[in-house]
Design a protein around this ligand. Structure first.
Ligand code: NAD
Length: 244
């Protein structure tokens, strides 16, 4: 069987790193995107190649800049016709009152979490269309549906990701390309490292299942979406411990 490939943006840590290990363990060639943590990704590449015997490439690029995204895809197309799976995972949070937020902070969150998905999809789609196959998975959040206090830009960006996912799914269904989003609840990654112990336990109490999800659980969810029947497209699939 022909080897499949996956590009995971923001693969240096957290959900992206767990997903990279999972896809590699299932035989995928993994493109590891990172913004700056190339050293961290060298260790991940070593693990992938020695532990799983899979192959991978490190692709440094700040995905909030379209020129860097386009250059990253040129490197992919150097040796591959198209991506089998694109996981738009990289993202940042911003906590604070909207009234205290500067234009630059707003733009930074929207560019990193939403425009980047547009840039990566635009670069991935023509080759997928030419091949009449492909899967795009956008990492979203339950806050994109419900909104979170003091996370307005983040919530807006993830609501945008949900809208983009649904629209693109319709646009690409005739080309046999599935577009779905994983709307995660709270995952135990560095993104939540600023929480105090009290905040962590208060938040855990609000989650019916009583705890944060692990990055490995999030990665498994991404794998399940990547391998779901072709008929599943345009879905915002929640994994939030029953929160919503
Ligand atoms: P994380 O902070 O551990 O990892 C984020 C990754 O994105 C890092 O590798 C970081 O370097 C990368 N990144 C950030 N900006 C980038 C840029 N401009 N270019 C390239 N890479 C960039 O966070 P995580 O929890 O693993 O988050 C991954 C995704 O999951 C994000 O989209 C986040 O919004 C989403 N999410 C997280 C949670 C959570 O509770 N942790 C919940 C719902 C959704």
């Amino acid at each position: 069987m022909e080897q499949k490939n996956v590009l995971i943006t923001g693969a240096s840590r957290g959900i992206g790193k767990s997903a990279a290990l999972l896809f590699a363990s299932r035989g995928y060639h993994v493109f590891l995107n990172c913004r700056t943590s190339v050293d961290e990704l060298q260790k991940l590449k070593y693990t992938i190649e020695t532990l799983y015997g899979s192959t991978c490439d490190i692709l440094p690029a700040d995905i909030s800049h379209s020129d860097e995204v386009d250059a990253m895809f040129q490197k992919i197309y150097h040796s591959w016709d198209a991506l089998d799976v694109l996981i738009n995972n990289a993202g940042i949070s911003h906590i604070g009152l909207l009234s205290d937020m500067s234009n630059e902070e707003w733009d930074h969150v929207l560019r990193t979490n939403l425009s980047s998905v547009f840039y990566c999809c635009r670069a991935a789609i023509p080759a997928m269309v030419a091949r009449q196959s492909g899967r795009i998975i956008n990492v979203s959040s339950m806050w994109g549906t419900s909104g979170a206090s003091c996370e307005a830009a983040y919530s807006a960006s993830k609501a945008g990701v949900n809208g983009l996912t649904r629209a693109l799914a319709k646009e690409l269904a005739p080309s046999n390309i599935q577009v779905n989003a994983a709307a995660f609840g709270v995952i135990d990654t560095d993104m939540n490292s600023q929480l105090t112990e009290e905040e962590r336990s208060a938040l855990s109490e609000e989650i019916p299942i009583g705890r944060f999800a692990t990055p490995d659980e999030a990665a498994l969810m991404l794998w399940n979406i990547a391998t779901a029947p072709e008929y599943m497209t345009g879905q915002i699939i929640g994994m939030d411990g029953g929160f919503l």
